[in-house]
Design a protein around this ligand. Structure first.
Ligand code: SME
Length: 154
């Protein structure tokens, strides 16, 4: 997808998600809805979902769309943990080149992980998106996915 088309697609999805969020304040319902919208509306998204921190400081999968994924991620290893520990979005062009990457499905080739912060600004987990193509994600994905995860708490 060219850059302009991708941007326009994201703007439409962001506005659609904003509207959907206004119908229900439940955090888990909002996350499930975001996973579904992104999975079904973005062409190359092969897996979309959330990993959240538990009280025991584990990263455990919540709502997602796509192939069956790892339920709990090995401690402080891989892309999702990097997003939590570094408190920033991580874009991975080639998952094989990312030290400690956790391969839940060998078809995943590139990945973006966006921290989810609660109303106090604390990181509670991440949105994770995988693609079957190399280098699927760039600064446009980062910009709009960061906006979209903020809608969980509007
Ligand atoms: N690849 C992730 C694990 C989650 S799956 O991609 C769904 C990681 O390295 O943390």
């Amino acid at each position: 997808m060219d850059q302009e088309k991708k941007k326009k697609r994201y703007i439409r999805l962001r506005d659609q998600i904003k509207q959907l969020m206004s119908r229900c304040e439940d955090r888990d319902a909002r996350m499930a809805t975001i996973s579904a919208v992104l999975y079904h509306k973005m062409d190359c998204f092969f897996w979309t979902g959330f990993y959240l921190l538990t009280q025991d400081n584990e990263l455990v999968v919540k709502s997602y769309q796509g192939p069956v994924a790892c339920m709990q991620l090995a401690k402080e290893k891989g892309v999702c943990w990097a997003g939590v520990l570094e408190n920033r979005t991580i874009v991975v062009d080639d998952v094989c080149a990312f030290p400690g990457h956790i391969a839940c499905d060998s078809r995943s080739k590139s990945e973006i992980v966006v921290p989810v912060r609660d109303t106090s600004g604390k990181v509670i987990g991440v949105l994770d998106v995988d693609s079957k193509e190399l280098s699927s994600f760039d600064n446009i994905d980062q910009e709009y996915l960061e906006e979209i995860v903020k809608l969980i708490y509007i």
